[in-house]
Ligand binder design. Structure first.
Ligand code: ZN
Ligand code: ZN
Ligand code: ZN
Length: 378
């Protein structure tokens, strides 16, 4: 059986359908607005999950596709265009025009990246000038996947498009489902050796030289501006990372991007819930927990348990024990007891961590401090 892989580098062309059907108001205020809202969230999350990937945005109205944003690794480029989008939905949709334009963007890209077209459709049909079958063949040959989200109902032709190119086809019902499906597309799709070949990729790691504040010509458009990075091979200036050098074609990125992708592919395993009084747990282990601190931030764990014990010892040593017990009975019960009684345990290094550190490790740093300590000591 072929091993399933996840693409590290993805090139995705998003096509937003702005034909007449996008003006329908079954989603408020219109389908086009609902898609634009979902897309805004999508592009932010996409670059978090796929730091080495690039997105382009096309719109389609009057059977013509227009490139709104060229392939970029900067979510702000897409957000700016989307929020300033004044184009009104008009005319018919053409799947052929959309896919032809997507093919134009994708077919020359390197074979190690996953090439995908992501269609956000409101129309229930397609008005094509030529034969869609020809486009389909071109796409399959260039290994471009077509994934489609279509409102209003299932369309056999769209289903066939997605199936032939190993993409997905979803018909969301309601705005909540729409957002969920669009965001779900951030996860790299599974692939195998036939679809994307493994190859060595030349990469350059330009240093952001802070001393360069003078204006220079940035990117393929030679926009004058400050900042940017210098390609280590040909010394061209590029505005953002990651990208492909517009002069020598070298893939440029920062080491942080590479580290982030690595951690997303090999995530820290989920930590197990460790409560102070697990049923069936031996009292010795529970006792040991009283002296535990969090491996991440050194905060004492099971604090309330300790406080409770100190309090009960004080009560016992008090001569007027009965009075104290009475007073304690009048006190309000400790409401946070349960929260402090929970810690998380890393299944690899068995170190205990507080809930804040658990969240921080899984969502931000993607490294377990306990495991790193073990690795450092060995
Ligand atoms: Zn270069
Ligand atoms: Zn902690
Ligand atoms: Zn660990």
């Amino acid at each position: 059986m072929a091993r399933v892989r996840r693409g590290l580098i993805r090139y995705v062309v998003v096509v937003l359908d702005l034909s007449e059907a996008a003006a329908q108001s079954d989603l408020k205020p219109s389908r086009a607005h609902a898609y634009a809202g979902a897309l805004l969230r999508f592009c932010r999350e996409f670059f978090e999950t796929n730091p080495l990937s690039q997105l382009a945005l096309l719109t389609l109205s009057d059977r013509q596709a227009v490139r709104l944003v060229e392939l970029t690794s900067n979510p702000q480029d897409i957000a700016d265009k989307l929020s300033g989008l004044t184009q009104r939905p008009s005319g018919f949709f053409s799947a052929q025009a959309a896919l032809d334009k997507a093919f134009e963007v994708l077919h020359n890209l390197p074979p190690y990246g996953l090439k995908e077209a992501f269609l956000l459709l409101s129309s229930l049909g397609s008005h094509d000038a030529g034969d869609i079958q020809d486009v389909l063949e071109k796409l399959s040959q260039s290994k471009i996947r077509v994934s489609i989200v279509g409102l209003g109902g299932q369309v056999q032709m769209f289903r066939k498009l997605a199936e032939t190119t190993s993409g997905t086809y979803h018909v969301p019902v309601g705005e909540g489902a729409l957002q969920e499906i669009v965001l779900g597309y951030c996860q790299p799709p599974p692939t195998n050796a036939q679809q994307t070949q493994a190859s060595l990729v030349h990469m350059g790691f330009p240093s952001r030289r802070l001393d360069i504040s003078a204006f220079s010509f940035l990117g393929p458009q030679c926009t004058p501006g400050a900042g940017g990075c210098t390609c280590p091979r040909c010394h061209a200036r590029v505005p953002d990372l990651p990208c492909k050098c517009h002069l020598c074609g070298l893939t440029l990125m920062s080491s942080a991007h590479l580290a982030k992708s690595y951690h997303l592919l090999f995530p820290v395993p989920p930590f197990a819930d460790e409560r102070q009084n697990k049923p069936g747990e031996s009292p010795e282990r529970g006792e040991a927990h009283h002296h535990m601190t969090c491996t991440g931030c050194s905060k004492p764990l099971f604090r309330n348990m300790c406080q409770k014990r100190v309090k009960s010892e004080a009560i016992r040593s008090e001569a007027t024990g009965i009075q104290m017990k009475k007073r304690q009975a009048n006190e309000p019960p400790a409401t946070t007891e349960d929260d402090d009684g929970i810690a998380a345990e890393c299944p690899d290094c068995r170190s205990l961590l507080c809930m804040e550190c658990d969240e921080f490790i899984h969502e931000r740093i993607h490294n377990c401090p306990g495991c790193e300590l073990v690795r450092g000591n060995s």
